[in-house]
Design a protein around this ligand. Structure first.
Ligand code: DSN
Length: 415
């Protein structure tokens, strides 16, 4: 950091303050994680210096021979990790990966797609009216059954039969239960639609057998690389060899120009880390930690949407507590716990206020925390939510959070 501190002390100071925030706080945002030194080194390397439009062996710029090696390593490792026939590691983000698949299989302005609604667990880029996806395509959305708060595959099938969509999207950002990707694949086949699964949140779980994998069943599998996969912020797409050309063309030149090659090098590093047996242990622990945290919260009389979790996240329904998701998020923030307000299935409030709170365990598990720490974290949350306006109470919890986090590294590769 010495070069940066000299060149730009303001930014150096911001980065140091953020490092301390991450070090001394509990990161429970379900879509976030912490990366290794090796991933950081690749991201912050001279691999950012060059243009490499095109693909390995077929670039529009000279001097790409080492970039080709890096991109091929990332693609090959991703294929090996997920058992995929083809991987494109160039999308800058999960939303761009989704956009590329839409471009690949639907006509702008005419395509019909089906996806999970944002307010019941889906993602903005799955057809929300405020996103390009909702503006460019005709979107029909499914949600969860309001009693079980889980996806009803019979209802999804019924909608698909009536709508005859071009594309059926599965995958979610705030769904605590296992998704039956084979059921989605069968429904898509029945109505002659393409299928896409966005596994951004659960990619690590799918790669390690902690969640069923859509690869090999669903036509297009999109992901980010920075959530349970524990890599740099970015996106990727997997598909069969049959669709490789379609996907590659949709990403470049269809949707993006020059790939972020420092990020692609870092994706290769994270995928190498993910191929180690310890990555399976890590993902198993994410799920165990989520279950321990969920049980503690439920024992503390907090209602969890769908009654619990099968994956890395859970949603607290705050309705009977008389507080909003926004108030809960702010109170936990004062206690050194970062989480996010989230809509819940029977939501009556706006997305800026909400009645729910989403919590996830990937980042705290990367710090080496286990079930015992999850029970302590659950108790912190129960105490904070019981009395959100009691500043002294929140300050006391914050001191305990600092004591707890002080025992764990910020880097997953540093014990
Ligand atoms: N916005 C991310 C999340 O928090 O779930 C997904 O892209």
């Amino acid at each position: 950091m010495s070069g940066l501190a000299e060149t730009d002390p303001e930014i150096a100071e911001v980065i140091e303050k953020e490092r301390l925030r991450q070090l001394n706080g509990l990161e429970l945002i379900a879509s976030e994680n912490l990366v290794s030194h090796a991933v950081l080194e690749a991201m912050g390397s001279i691999m950012t210096n060059k243009y490499a439009e095109g693909y390995p062996g077929k670039r529009y710029y000279g001097g790409c021979e080492f970039y080709d090696i890096a991109e091929n390593l990332a693609r090959d490792r991703m294929k090996k990790l997920f058992g995929a026939e083809h991987a494109n590691v160039q999308p800058h983000s999960g939303t761009q990966a989704n956009m590329a698949v839409y471009f690949a299989v639907m006509e702008c302005g005419q395509g019909k797609m089906m996806s999970m609604s944002l307010s019941q667990g889906g993602h903005l880029s799955h057809g929300s009216p405020v996103s390009f996806s909702g503006k460019m395509y005709q979107v029909t959305q499914y949600g969860v059954d309001l009693e079980t708060e889980m996806i009803d595959y019979g209802v999804v099938e019924e909608i698909a039969r009536k709508l005859k969509p071009d594309l059926i999207v599965s995958g979610a950002s705030a769904y605590p239960r296992e998704i039956d990707f084979r059921a989605f694949a069968e429904i898509a086949e029945e109505v002659d639609a393409y299928s896409m699964a966005d596994i951004a949140h659960i990619a690590g779980l799918c790669a390690t057998g902690m969640h069923n994998s859509p690869v090999g069943h669903i036509d297009f599998v999109t992901t980010t690389t920075h959530k349970t996969l524990r890599g740099p912020r970015g996106g990727a797409i997997m598909c069969s060899s049959e669709y490789a050309g379609l996907v590659d063309k949709a990403v470049f030149p269809g949707m993006q120009g020059g790939p972020l090659m420092n990020t692609i090098a870092a994706k290769a590093v994270c995928l190498k880390e993910a191929l180690k047996p310890s990555f399976r242990d890590y993902n198993r622990q994410i799920v165990r930690n989520a279950q321990a945290l969920a049980e503690t919260l439920a024992d503390g009389d907090l209602r969890l949407v769908s009654g619990g979790t099968d994956n890395h996240l859970m949603l607290i329904d705050l309705t009977d507590r008389g507080i909003t998701g926004l108030e809960a998020e702010m109170a936990l923030g004062k206690a050194g716990i970062t989480a996010n307000k989230n809509t819940i299935p029977r939501e009556k409030r706006s997305p800026f206020v909400t009645s729910g709170l989403r919590l996830g365990t990937p980042a705290v598990t990367s710090r080496g925390m286990k079930e015992e720490e999850m029970r302590s974290i659950g108790e912190f949350i129960i105490r904070a939510l019981r009395d959100i306006h009691n500043e002294a109470n929140l300050r006391r919890i914050r001191e305990e959070v600092v004591e707890l986090t002080g025992r764990f590294s910020l880097y997953p590769d540093e014990p």
